[in-house]
Design a protein around this ligand. Sequence first.
Ligand SMILES: *[C@@H]1O[C@H](CO)[C@@H](O)[C@H](O)[C@H]1NC(C)=O
Ligand SMILES: *[C@@H]1O[C@H](CO)[C@@H](O)[C@H](O)[C@H]1NC(C)=O
Ligand SMILES: *[C@@H]1O[C@H](CO)[C@@H](O)[C@H](O)[C@H]1NC(C)=O
Ligand SMILES: *[C@@H]1O[C@H](CO)[C@@H](O)[C@H](O)[C@H]1NC(C)=O
Length: 263
Amino acid sequence: MRTSWFAFGTLIALISCLTDVSCQRKKCLGPQNYCSGQFGNMQAVCVGGYCVCTGQDYDYNTCLPDAYGCKIVENTDAALAKPQYNNQQQKTNYSCTPVNSSTQYEVHILSVYEAERIHRRPPVANDATVNIVSDGKSDRPIILVLGSYESVNWILNLPADITIIKVILVAYYLAESNVSGDVNQVQVIERKRCCSQWSYGYGSDLGGGNTVGLLKQVYNRYGVVTSFTGTYRADEWSLMLSNSSSQGIETLLMYGIVDQFRY
Ligand SMILES: *[C@@H]1O[C@H](CO)[C@@H](O)[C@H](O)[C@H]1NC(C)=O
Ligand SMILES: *[C@@H]1O[C@H](CO)[C@@H](O)[C@H](O)[C@H]1NC(C)=O
Ligand SMILES: *[C@@H]1O[C@H](CO)[C@@H](O)[C@H](O)[C@H]1NC(C)=O
Ligand SMILES: *[C@@H]1O[C@H](CO)[C@@H](O)[C@H](O)[C@H]1NC(C)=O
């Protein structure tokens, strides 16, 4: 009984959180009303005791990126990619699956700060496995963007009938990062070192990443992304190709099934 009441309470809290932006906002800190993100492009300021972001590429209330067609939200099931660490779902994940993504390319961004808690110096790449699942409906050339700050060896696990036209590897520790696994099904691997022209970010820029910069580079080349999914740390991913999942959500929204839970 106690568990179900707890679950019920959590549900109520969740529902009021979805309708009330104030619970997504962070309180300003200390006598100086400090807000992280106040010195960069986020232009965070303290309004009525809470931090809001006035930078043009960020959502005013959540301070998450809202740029180049990708409005990032926290902790949704709608994300096409699912990150895990040590076989567990991560506390906080960031994602967008824009309705109006590029009609020319199917572009998925997977991004982390790191793949492992402990880092050696000089860096040694930590493995992150990417299991790709396809429902066979992808009709556009597929591009995969893999981003990290620390060095990551991304191990691709692709269905036999899938070809990726390009993998773009973006990292701060780029020399020690790599793409391996089913690379025979990848036509081109491009390596981009963060952080001059290409940036790295895992979805929230409050800790100093530049997700907006990453979205910009991808947008300039391929248009609006099909999906972005990021989290601080992950060593295993599954990615559902094509837009069928987001269409699923759209269909639910259309029939008001999701809305029922939202209000
Ligand atoms: C993100 O986190 C939320 C809350 O923990 C979870 O319900 C959701 O499935 C996660 N999404 C992904 C893509 O991992
Ligand atoms: C998507 O594009 C269509 C057609 O251009 C437009 O009517 C619609 O408002 C767009 N939807 C969003 C969410 O931007
Ligand atoms: C989604 O995929 C279908 C085919 O599977 C395609 O016709 C449609 O244009 C795609 N929509 C978007 C927004 O990419
Ligand atoms: C990167 O991965 C490729 C493909 O598996 C492999 O041939 C190459 O040796 C790796 N490079 C490094 C520096 O580990």
